[in-house]
Design a protein around this ligand. Structure first.
Ligand code: PEP
Ligand code: MG
Length: 857
């Protein structure tokens, strides 16, 4: 590509693209830019502007194909296929987005003059090396020559650059694609660049790839891109410390891999920290001190998530991997393949929708109908077809199109569109599986399956088929994660935070999952199996005895009564809780009612559920409805929340209700209206200060007055340490406290309740948590109020005597263990429990506390 000077008298070729000025300012030749990457045209040829305006606008019509996560660079693809990278300032990647406001997102179609990125010129000028903004053509192979402007230019109206296109460009670019040649692959290589593979290292890498004479791909996170394309490399968003794999095909493939691997280790022209460079640690890495040390042979350790013993065979749910070849030579055949895939997917979805309708589940049928609707959207097909006509394979084109569309849904302000992103993802994967000849619906699980998965969502868990699955273990998660809560409610033994080795086990391996001790035992001998069966037998006998005495109150030997109520997630649990002797409901997790919903429930629907639960419970048993507690590890499809850096510390629990009062009002009205059918109480989650409580109470009171109903009792979850510490001040303003020990533990110990490596430590029996429980109970009693516990420890037989001893009046437990907890309390004496609690408070950690309290096995 050659550069000729731009003059107004020039003849416009019919194959040229005119780029108008994206900023006002003074134009410089790229060679004058004080950065070798641009000056030496490593990213591509182009021009630079020293700007006097602060909003980068589109120099032509096009599509945003890449927006750097730090928002300092954006690439447009013009309708002619020319890729135009606009890089604001030099070294601005270091600012990590500070001072840049993106006004578009990847996948957007933009028109000439449309604002792309606004930036704070002062901030950038002060903190970065320069404000000089480069406009560079990254796929120079399409270009014959560039005709640049000179001097001062005015944004929008003046021409910045005429790009004269190369007539044979499209054929050339197709020829350079990697077709079906055998690829050699490197070992994983760590990226040592502090800001990852941004423009400069990408340019160096692309240059090496181009010079190699080979076809080179870079793989990161299951995506492979052509390593000769700077834009594609930047689009991978490879961060510092990530590992990438180089694939090369051609005569010098081996040498190319060695050269590029070494160049990555050396920082691709950037200074990097030597410590981060090594591809393999010089010394063997010492094993984590956080994880259990004495691993026993044939035993994988995790933490107890849901009690019970399961004997069965392993079924490992492997993360789905799509083996996709990027290019294909026969466009027509690929288009046909896509059409067939889409048609088959449509048929499958129609069948699924019908089968759910036949089973009377209209809600679930609607999900599949919505998927069908997405599939018939013509823009998806058109976009994929276009990629196919540029030499991409059907699978590659489809995945790319779906991804782009889903990303753009995700970034929209409209929650309904955001929620469609995951639907689109599901549909997209169905079509991909069909095209790649993979099974499309979940595996047919063998009987007595013990599932092993990296993670499960709450709704995956709720949908497990208990006729086939006898237990599960996840690598992620902890004992109080919501998946664990659902498993407990289902009476399904589970362990979390299991050694990732579990994912490597063979399907069909005989195993025992011990949900009480948090271990998975493999290759169990007949003798050990016999012992386990005896344990199961003893547990069954205990359960039966407790069930026979289910209606007896939980009164200790020295005549102290503890109310034992249920944690429920819906009407079925309510019915079951009454059947097993539950004295009411201490926690209805109202968000669990709607895990599968894709649309927000109406006030009437909410009212009807609360009414039906009250009718199940009868006039005497109380029902505590906790207002919607979404956020953290509890996503709700119909209520997508913006991404947050610390979701557990962000908009969660009552904060969402206060941020979106319409939601809270609607729910409050439904609860208040249901109050005529029984003893309903309202409880607010995650209250951290009095102002929140007062605002939430005010909303309820306003709705109550409008409805003209009697006041109902109002309580709060005590799950944030500040509330426990100030319980004395909260007590006069509430009717009751219910301690959410799951969150109280995570917030007191500063440990994510779902973190696999911390799982063993996020234990509500930690004396720090026990002290906060005591402060809460004492404050409640001083003000004539009561305090319950509805977190996981209420259902833990080791915790029960301690909680009774700390003065807890009510235990809200998972339904399957309810009769046994009542039976256990009947064996205790309050005085002994108080002594035990005092001893526990003086200990240093949960392990010591657990050693103090005997376990029944
Ligand atoms: C808790 O935090 O203990 C609790 C009961 O609430 P959730 O588990 O639903 O967050
Ligand atoms: Mg909680």
């Amino acid at each position: 590509m050659a550069i000729a000077k731009h003059t107004d008298e020039r003849q416009h070729s019919s194959r040229s693209l005119i780029l108008k000025a994206p900023l006002s300012g003074l134009v410089y030749d790229l060679s004058e830019v004080p950065d070798p990457v641009f000056a030496q045209k490593m990213v591509g040829d182009g021009i630079s502007i020293d700007p006097t305006t602060d909003t980068l606008i589109a120099p032509c019509d096009g599509k945003v194909i890449q927006l750097h996560p730090s928002h300092h660079a954006v690439t447009l693809r013009s309708p002619e296929g020319v890729e135009i990278l606009m890089h604001i300032g030099l070294d601005t990647v270091m600012l990590r987005g500070d001072g840049f406001e993106p006004l578009v997102k990847e996948g957007d179609q933009v028109v000439h003059g449309q604002p792309l990125i606004r930036f704070c010129a002062d901030k950038v000028a002060l903190n970065a090396r320069s404000l000089m903004t480069e406009i560079v053509i990254t796929n120079g192979e399409l270009v014959d020559r560039l005709i640049p402007s000179q001097g001062r230019i005015q944004e929008r109206d003046d021409t910045l650059l005429e790009v004269v296109l190369n007539e044979s460009a499209s054929e050339q670019s197709e020829q350079t694609e990697t077709a079906s040649m055998a690829l050699l692959s490197s070992n994983p290589v760590l990226v040592p660049n502090p800001t990852g593979l941004h423009a400069r290292p990408s340019a160096t890498l692309a240059k090496l790839a181009k010079e190699s004479g080979c076809d080179v791909l870079l793989e990161y996170n299951d995506s492979q891109v052509n390593a000769k394309s700077v834009v594609a490399l930047m689009g991978l968003n490879v961060p510092f410390g990530a590992s990438v794999i180089i694939h090369a095909a051609g005569q010098n493939a081996e040498q190319t891999i060695a050269t590029i691997s070494q160049a990555i280790v050396d920082g691709l022209g950037e200074e990097v920290n030597q410590a981060a460079e090594a591809t393999a640690p010089a010394e063997p890495e010492e094993a984590s001190l956080l994880l259990p040390k004495q691993q026993q042979a044939d035993q994988l350790e995790g933490v107890a998530a849901s009690p019970g013993l399961a004997i069965g065979q392993l079924y490992v749910i492997q993360p789905e991997h799509f083996d996709i070849c990027e290019t294909a030579s026969e466009s027509d055949a690929e288009q046909q393949k896509l059409l067939q895939g889409m048609t088959e997917a449509d048929n499958q979805l129609a069948e699924l929708a019908q089968s759910w309708k036949d089973k009377g589940d209209a809600e679930r049928a609607k999900i599949f109908e919505a998927h069908q609707e997405l599939l018939t959207d013509p823009t998806l097909r058109e976009a994929a077809d276009q990629l196919i006509s540029h030499g991409k394979s059907a699978a590659f084109a489809w995945r790319q199109t779906v991804q782009t569309q889903a990303d753009s849904f995700r970034q929209m302000d409209n929650p309904l569109l955001q929620e469609r992103a995951s639907d689109l993802h599901d549909v997209g994967n169905r079509v991909l599986r069909i095209m790649l000849g993979m099974p499309t619906d979940g595996p047919a699980l063998p009987e007595n399956s013990i599932l092993i998965a990296d993670d499960l969502t709450p709704s995956d868990t709720a949908n497990l088929d208990k006729n086939r699955v006898v237990g599960f273990a996840t690598v992620q998660g902890g004992s109080s994660s919501h998946v664990a809560i659902i498993a407990r409610a289902m009476g399904l033994p589970a362990i979390a935070g299991i050694d990732p080795e579990a994912m490597k086990q063979q399907n069909g391996t005989k195993a025992v999952l011990d949900g009480q001790q948090g271990v998975l035992k493999l290759n169990v001998t007949e003798q050990a199996l016999a012992e386990i069966r005896q344990r199961q037998q003893r547990a069954t006998e205990r359960q039966q005895a407790a069930l026979a005495a289910k209606e007896q109150p939980a009164t200790t030997q020295d005549d102290h009564n503890v109310e034992v109520v249920a944690n429920i997630g819906g009407i079925k649990d309510a019915t079951k809780s009454v059947e097993v002797g539950g004295e009411g409901v201490g926690l209805l997790r109202s968000e669990f009612l709607y895990l599968d919903r894709v649309t927000e429930p109406t006030e009437q629907e909410q009212y009807e559920i609360y009414r039906d639960v009250l009718l199940e419970l009868g006039p005497e048993r109380p029902l505590i409805v906790r207002t919607l507690d979404v956020g953290g590890d509890k996503p709700l499809a119909y209520l997508p929340l913006p991404e947050e850096e610390n979701p557990f510390l962000g908009l969660r629990g009552i904060r969402i209700g206060l941020d979106r009062p319409t939601l809270l009002r609607k729910q409050a009205r439904a609860i208040l209206r249901a109050s005529e059918h029984g003893r309903i109480r309202i409880m607010f989650p995650m209250i951290a200060n009095l102002a929140e409580l007062r605002l939430a109470k005010q909303v309820v009171e306003e709705e109550r007055v409008k409805l003209g109903v009697e006041p109902i009792e109002i309580g709060i979850m005590v799950e944030v340490p500040s509330t426990a510490v100030l319980a004395e001040q909260f007590a006069p303003e509430v009717d009751f406290f219910s301690i959410g020990s799951n969150d109280l533990s995570q917030y007191t110990l500063a440990m994510d309740r779902g973190h696999p490596k911390l799982a063993a430590f996020v234990d509500g029996l930690n004396p720090a948590v026990l002290s906060l429980i005591k402060m809460t109970a004492d404050a409640a009693h001083r003000h004539g109020k009561w305090a319950g516990v509805c977190g996981g420890i209420a259902s833990d037989p080791q915790a029960v005597p301690l909680l009774v001893g700390l003065g807890i009046d009510e235990l809200s437990v998972s339904v399957p263990v309810l009769p046994e907890i009542k039976a256990q309390i009947r064996q205790l004496s309050l005085a002994d429990c108080q002594t035990l609690a005092t001893q526990a408070l003086a200990l240093t950690d949960a392990k010591e506390v657990r050693a103090l309290v005997p376990v029944v096995d």
